[in-house]
Design a protein around this ligand. Sequence first.
Ligand code: HEC
Length: 237
Amino acid sequence: MTPTLRLVVGGAGLFAGLVALTAASAADLPPAVAKKAAAADMAALQEKLDAIAADPAKNKGAVRTARALALTLAAYGEDGKAAAGPVLAALKGKTPDAKKALEALKAGKGGAGGLDGYDLEDVMSPFRVAKSGGLNIEKDLQAARKGGKMDPAEAEVLGARCVALAEYTVKLPNDKAKTSPAMTKSWERLSKDMAAAGKAVAEEAGKGDKGDAKKLSAGLKKLDASCTNCHNQFRDE
Ligand code: HEC
């Protein structure tokens, strides 16, 4: 089963969402950036799976992030794609099998198993604070907005992750975003804003010492705003 099934179930709005995502995708990231992000996500996934396997009850929040990391790895390209399906399959449902997922990750060439069985909460999970199982992205972005800077090596991976996660966000409009075609369009536009802002950050940060610190700082602010804009319209709390 592939994400296509979700599209069929979700109807025409979702399909339009997928087709519309041509602005910035993980496949457009500079290869060196994608490679770095894939290595970072592989390490983060391994870390989350180890923690879940060691103490499943204490690391429930990490399960969603682990699922999201399988998705980002698949988005960067062939290297990550190999293990992503089997990892997602092992992490499915209420009693995810972290040990099996670890084996799939290490084998790295299952190939079998499509990307399915994830939802918006999974995709948003890496944004949460580390102690809730996330990757601290929201907090790091907020700190960068206030302090005006972030280590380029960190910003590079953070930006790439946002591009990859946007690829899935656009396909998963929440209930409110499905109330009208205009709302669905708005959801898609906001997801694409996140992808574009993430790409700008990843590219500028990827220049390392040769990068423009001011440009990077402005890019991080824009990325932070892309999150808030969507939350203001679509996240009820
Ligand atoms: C296109 C809309 C959209 C964009 C863009 C978006 N979000 Fe979200 N986000 C949501 C919605 C809707 C929820 C509530 C989802 C839920 O709880 O199922 C959410 C939930 C979250 C959560 C809570 C997750 C949890 O499970 O507790 C965090 C943290 C978060 N978003 C951070 C971010 C950050 C950081 C960005 C930008 C880098 C971002 N979001 C971009 C729509 C968006």
